[in-house]
Design a protein around this ligand. Structure first.
Ligand SMILES: Cc1ncc(COP(=O)(O)OP(=O)(O)O)c(N)n1
Ligand SMILES: Cc1ncsc1CCOP(=O)(O)O
Ligand SMILES: [Mg+2]
Length: 577
């Protein structure tokens, strides 16, 4: 049931915003709440400004007029997220965070503003809710013209706005809807009354491709259910999924006594526990909005849902690390810097490892000889490996001509970017630089790590081959990001390669301060024995022939991924990704 407006603002809205203000303002600091006012409707009062331009009623624009980036003679569609959310004058959260997150992820962001808040690091001082007519007009303006890929919602302060959004998306369908159900403040106050909760449950969630509640929001949507453990989060994700969204991400940032931030992702079939380091900082205002916008941005670029969530989590974690000691404002919760990437080259004294160690889980290394033998191109081989679940790819093309290698690397990079899988180049720093690959893998007799680093800059991944604990310590001191250690078993793929065995691998892992991937003679029959070492820093296996010297690369990659996942799960770890 829709709530009727009273003086331009519904009863619910009063209740909602009252909660919002008491919730967002820290109870131990002064409350700056002054008033809630509704901005008068453009149809009633603010129309004069428009009238001088005549009737603004829109007709849908023809497709060719949609937003395009012109590149020479071809028109290239630019990924586009529309955020429907409230404005935060302090610019840490809301519309402003969404704009910054999308810009940082290379995606265009248009905006439909539902409310204007006066807000800073102390709390919320004032809220003006936009008239529903205005929200409807904003939606129509953008959706009718600009070929939006993904809509992301934040603060939806009235039942009517949810209904308007619902109708607009029926009229102008988009690829995906990301719902951040902004309802509960960080200080724990319930921000939404039962009436909006029902609308969220019955109207908003069934439309959503993903809903991203924090613990308190998930609890509110589930009628006050207590969520205290990861097991509780899993059942909450399942119950929320039953309400209709295609995917659910329950964010466990508020989970007590956990050194990691654990989120539970459920796609209706499988659960994934996604972990990231909990960064000690006051600058966390806007993380929820940013995460949801980043998911939307990655979806707009063509990612799968799970990849989009993983990338978004990593982006927020990295932004918090970069921003942990900045000071903006005097209050208890500060904003963070979404644009850290822009400055990375300028101040790289504390370089961050850009490799997510879990990327090393199933590391596919190509081999031109094997591709020739099976009559496939490098690109087809990489595509198959990535589709089968490879989590990182290395092009190891020992015999390729430079020009051919570069062209192949460029097309492999396109495939890997779509799947958010890093692509590294073996030995050839020049090729990595020319195609802007994600990094390189180098051996003990290849270019030294520090030279490679100065050529590639701080953002690229550098992996180093190590057979001994001494190699491992040096790789870390030289600024590498990961270690490839082997041959663990005898191999025909690399001539004259000394086998170090499982014991040699274990010694390297124990000495290492970097994540390690095992390599050499690893296949479906012995991968379990590698992962069952269960030693710190060992993140996965790198394989050549077990994937590429086979008839069907996708099938072999899937089988190996399944086996590794099962081994890790049986060993007691629940994070299979
Ligand atoms: C992941 C991984 N680990 C080790 C190697 C071997 O590199 P390197 O010692 O330089 O030998 P070549 O591969 O260049 O013959 C690797 N490629 N990948
Ligand atoms: C490149 C490399 N480095 C150490 S062993 C090896 C070859 C691994 O190939 P395979 O997985 O076919 O044994
Ligand atoms: Mg090498």
């Amino acid at each position: 049931m829709l709530g009727g407006p009273i003086n331009g603002i519904s009863n619910f809205t009063h209740q909602f915003m009252g909660f919002l203000l008491s919730g967002i303002s820290n109870s131990s600091t002064s409350i700056f709440y002054r008033k809630i006012c509704a901005v008068s409707s453009s149809k009633q009062a603010g129309r004069q400004g428009f009238d001088q331009f005549g009737d603004l009623t829109l007709k849908a624009m023809p497709e060719e007029k949609a937003l395009t980036i012109t590149n020479g003679s071809s028109n290239k569609k630019f990924p586009h997220v529309l955020t429907v959310a409230g404005s935060d004058s302090g610019a840490g959260a809301g519309i402003q965070a969404d704009l910054k997150a999308c810009a940082a992820r290379g995606v265009y962001c248009s905006t439909v503003i539902t409310a204007v808040t006066a807000q800073n690091t102390l709390g919320v001082q004032d809220v003006s809710i936009l008239p529903e007519d205005s929200v409807a007009e904003q939606l129509k303006s953008v959706l009718s013209d600009m070929r939006v890929d993904v809509v992301k919602t934040g603060m939806l302060p009235s039942i009517g706005m949810v209904k308007i959004l619902h109708d607009s998306l029926k009229q102008f369908p988009v690829q995906a809807l990301v719902v951040d159900p902004v309802m509960v403040s960080t200080s724990g106050d319930v921000l939404a009354g039962p009436s909006i909760l029902d609308t969220f449950r019955h109207d908003l969630l069934p439309m959503a491709d993903i809903v991203t509640p924090n613990l308190k929001e998930a609890s509110a949507l589930l009628g006050g259910l207590q969520l205290k453990t990861v097991t509780d989060m899993r059942s909450a994700a399942k119950s929320l999924h039953n309400m209709g969204p295609r995917n659910v991400l329950v964010k466990g940032g508020d989970l007590p006594s956990s050194s990691d931030a654990i989120d539970v992702f459920f796609d209706g079939k499988d659960f994934y526990e996604l972990r990231s380091t909990r960064i000690q900082t006051r600058n966390t205002h806007g993380t929820g909005c940013t995460l949801a916008s980043c998911i939307a941005a990655e979806l707009a670029k063509g990612s799968s849902m799970l990849s989009a969530v993983k990338v978004a989590k990593r982006y927020v974690e990295t932004a918090l690390m970069y921003s942990k000691s900045i000071t903006i404002g005097n209050g208890p919760q500060g904003p963070f810097d979404h644009g850290f990437k822009l400055k990375r080259n300028a101040c790289n004294s504390s370089r961050l490892p850009l490799l997510d160690p879990s990327d090393l889980f199933l590391y596919a290394v190509t081999d031109s000889g094997m591709n020739k033998k099976w009559g496939r191109s490098i690109t087809d081989a990489v595509k198959a490996a990535v589709e089968g679940g490879a989590t990182i790819v290395q092009l190891r093309e020992k015999d390729a001509e430079t020009g051919d290698f570069l062209e192949a690397a460029k097309s492999c990079l396109e495939i890997c970017r779509i799947h958010n899988v890093p692509l590294l180049i073996n030995d050839r720093i020049d090729i990595a630089m020319a195609c802007d690959a994600d990094g390189v893998h180098i051996g003990q007799s290849d270019m030294p790590v520090n030279t490679a680093r100065s050529l590639l800059g701080p953002e690229k991944i550098i992996g180093v081959s190590c057979k001994t604990p001494e190699h491992a310590l040096k790789a870390w001191a030289d600024g590498a990001d990961y270690i490839g250690s082997g041959g663990v078993f005898p191999t025909n793929t690399k001539a004259n390669n000394r086998t170090i065995g499982l014991d040699g691998l274990k010694a390297v892992c124990l000495a290492s301060k970097l994540p390690v991937v095992a390599i050499g003679g690893i296949n479906l029959s012995n991968a379990r024995s590698v992962m069952e070492l269960g030693v710190a820093n060992l993140e996965g296996v790198a394989v050549v022939s077990a994937l590429f010297d086979r008839e069907c690369v996708v099938t072999e990659t899937r089988k190996l991924h399944g086996l590794l996942t099962e081994t890790v799960a049986n060993a007691g770890s629940t994070d299979t990704n």
